[in-house]
Design a protein around this ligand. Structure first.
Ligand code: ATP
Ligand code: MG
Ligand code: MG
Ligand code: MG
Length: 436
C-alpha cells in the first residue's frame, strides 16, 4: 500500500471520547470509526488485523475438525420462543418487526438457530459427533457500550457448537476446543489465560473464560504463572484419543486460575507465592458445556444404537474477534503507539522514504516495495522524516525499513524493530530477505 494514496485517516489529537489506550490508538491510527453508539466501521488497516485474527481462529477450528458455516444475522423470534429464551433474554436483544408484522431479532448468539439446523439434518447417532462454527456479526444492545470495539453493540464473534451422543464425547469436544483456543491466542502473539467460569444451573466444571491480562480489564484475575509459560503449540495432543485429551486438559486445569467471580481464597493459598499473579483481565473467549439444554427444550432428538431417540449433548465456544483487536493493543503498545505482534499486523513492514524525489532513495524504496506490495506499506508521502517516524510507530508495523539519501548512495537500508527499538543497517539484499 502506498501511503500517499491510502485511505488511512490518522488523528494528531487524542480523541476526547476515548477513555482507554487501545481505543485512543485505534482512532488515532485510523483502524476504525464509530458510526453510531457502539457500532464501528472498519477501515483498511483495521480490517486487515480483524481478518488476520479471524484467519488464525478459522485455521485452528478447522484443525480440530470443526466445519465452517455462515448463519444469518437476523433470526426469527419463533426459534427463540421454542427454547424459551425470547422472553428471558431481556433488553440486550435487539428486536425487529418486518412489514408483515413478523418478529425478528438481530442475533446476540446462535444456539437456537444451530440446534434447529442440526435437527433438520441429523437423524442418527451414526452422524455424530459434529462441530459447526461461523464467524458472524452479533448485536447486543449493551447498556453501556464503551472502550471502542471492546464493548461494542455490533461485534464480530466466532461461535462454534458441538453435538455429541454421550457426555464423554461432549467432554472430548470441549477439550479439543480448549486446545484450539490456547493455540489460537498464542499464535496471535498474546497470552490468554483459561479461568474457571460459572456454570450456573448446568453445574460441573466445564466452563472456561480466556482472559488477556491488561490493567483496563473488567475482571479481577488470580492465576498461577505457569499457565502463561507453557508452549501450547509445542504440545502433541492426539485429537482422536480421549486419554491424550484428558492428559492435556489436566495440564491446563492443574494450575489455579480464576476471575474474581469464582475466586477461592483457600485454594489460592496453595499456589506458591512466587507463582501467584493477580491483576485484571479482558474476556476474549468463553467455552462451555451445557448438555441437552437446547436439544431438549427445542425437541431435537436423534435415534440411538438401540433405535430409541435421545437428545444430543452440546457445548458452545465463542471468541470475540473484534474485541481481540482492542485487547491485543491493550497488551502490546508503548507511549508512541501500537506494537503489533507479527502474526496479526496489518502489514509486515513499512518502508520509510525520507526524501521522495531523490533518485537513489526512490529506487531502493521501489525495489523493496515491489518485492511484496500486498504485505508492505510504503510511506512515499511528501512529509518530513519526523512525521513518518511518528506515524510508523503509531501504526505499529513490526519492522521499519528506513531509506534516506546518505544510506541509499551506499546501497544501505536501516531497519528498526518496533518491539525492541533495536536498529541495524544492512544491504538491500539483506533487507529484501528480511521481508520475503
Ligand atoms: P462480557 O462478560 O464481556 O459481557 P459475555 O460473557 O457476555 O462478555 P459471551 O456470551 O461469553 O460474552 O460471548 C463470547 C465472546 O464474545 C466474549 O468472550 C467476548 O470476547 C465477546 N463479546 C461479548 N460481548 C461483546 C461486546 N459487547 N463487544 C465485543 N465483544 C464481545
Ligand atoms: Mg455480556
Ligand atoms: Mg462474561
Ligand atoms: Mg462469557
Amino acid at each position: 500500500m502506498r501511503l500517499s494514496r491510502a485511505f488511512q485517516p490518522m488523528l494528531k489529537e487524542t480523541p476526547a471520547e476515548a477513555q482507554i489506550v487501545s481505543h485512543r490508538l485505534m482512532l488515532r491510527a485510523g483502524l476504525v470509526r464509530q458510526t453510531a453508539s457502539g457500532i464501528y466501521a472498519w477501515l483498511p488497516a483495521g480490517l486487515r488485523v480483524l481478518n488476520n485474527i479471524a484467519r488464525i481462529v478459522r485455521e485452528e477450528q478447522d484443525r480440530i475438525g470443526a466445519q465452517e458455516v455462515l448463519m444469518p444475522t437476523l433470526q426469527s423470534a419463533e426459534l427463540w420462543k421454542r427454547s424459551g429464551r425470547y422472553d428471558a433474554y431481556g433488553p440486550e436483544m435487539l428486536r425487529i418487526r418486518d412489514r408483515h408484522e413478523r418478529d425478528l431479532l438481530y442475533g446476540p448468539t446462535n444456539e437456537e438457530m444451530i440446534t434447529d439446523l442440526f435437527g433438520g439434518a441429523v437423524k442418527s447417532y451414526r452422524e455424530l459427533p459434529q462441530t459447526l462454527y461461523h464467524v458472524q456479526w452479533k448485536f447486543r444492545d449493551e447498556i453501556r457500550p464503551r472502550f471502542g470495539v471492546m464493548r461494542g453493540r455490533e461485534f464480530l464473534m466466532k461461535d462454534a457448537y458441538s453435538f455429541d451422543s454421550s457426555y464423554e464425547g461432549a467432554v472430548a469436544s470441549y477439550r479439543r476446543q480448549m486446545l484450539a483456543y490456547l493455540r489460537s491466542f498464542q499464535r496471535m502473539g498474546v497470552r490468554a489465560v483459561p479461568m474457571v467460569a460459572d456454570t450456573g444451573p448446568i453445574g460441573g466444571d466445564l466452563s472456561h473464560e480466556f482472559l488477556i491480562l491488561a490493567p483496563t480489564g473488567e475482571s479481577g484475575v488470580f492465576y498461577d504463572a505457569s499457565l502463561e509459560e507453557q508452549d501450547w503449540l509445542a504440545q502433541s495432543v492426539d485429537l482422536d484419543d480421549e486419554a491424550s485429551l484428558e492428559a492435556f486438559f489436566g495440564r491446563v486445569t492443574g494450575s489455579y486460575a480464576a476471575t474474581d467471580e469464582m475466586h477461592d481464597a483457600t485454594k489460592w493459598e496453595t499456589v506458591p507465592a512466587e507463582r501467584r499473579r493477580e491483576g485484571r483481565g479482558i474476556e476474549v473467549g468463553h467455552i462451555f458445556y451445557f448438555g441437552t439444554k437446547y436439544t431438549e427444550s427445542m425437541g431435537i432428538s436423534v435415534s440411538g444404537a438401540d433405535g430409541a431417540p435421545f437428545f444430543p449433548q452440546m457445548g458452545s465456544y465463542g471468541v470475540g474477534i473484534s474485541r481481540l483487536v482492542g485487547a491485543i493493543i491493550e497488551a502490546s503498545h508503548d507511549d508512541a503507539g501500537i506494537i503489533w505482534p507479527e502474526q496479526v499486523a496489518p502489514w509486515r513492514a513499512a518502508i520509510l522514504n525520507l526524501k521522495p524525489g531523490d533518485q537513489a532513495t526512490d529506487a531502493i524504496c521501489e525495489t523493496l516495495y515491489a518485492s511484496a506490495p500486498d504485505a508492505l506499506v510504503y510511506d512515499d508521502r511528501a512529509d518530513r522524516a519526523g512525521v513518518k517516524f511518528n506515524d510508523a510507530d503509531l501504526m505499529g508495523h513490526p519492522l521499519q525499513l528506513i531509506v534516506g539519501p546518505r544510506g541509499a548512495a551506499a546501497g544501505r537500508v536501516e531497519v528498526k524493530r518496533r518491539a525492541t527499538g533495536e536498529r541495524s543497517e544492512m544491504s538491500l539484499d539483506e533487507a529484501l530477505a528480511l521481508i520475503a
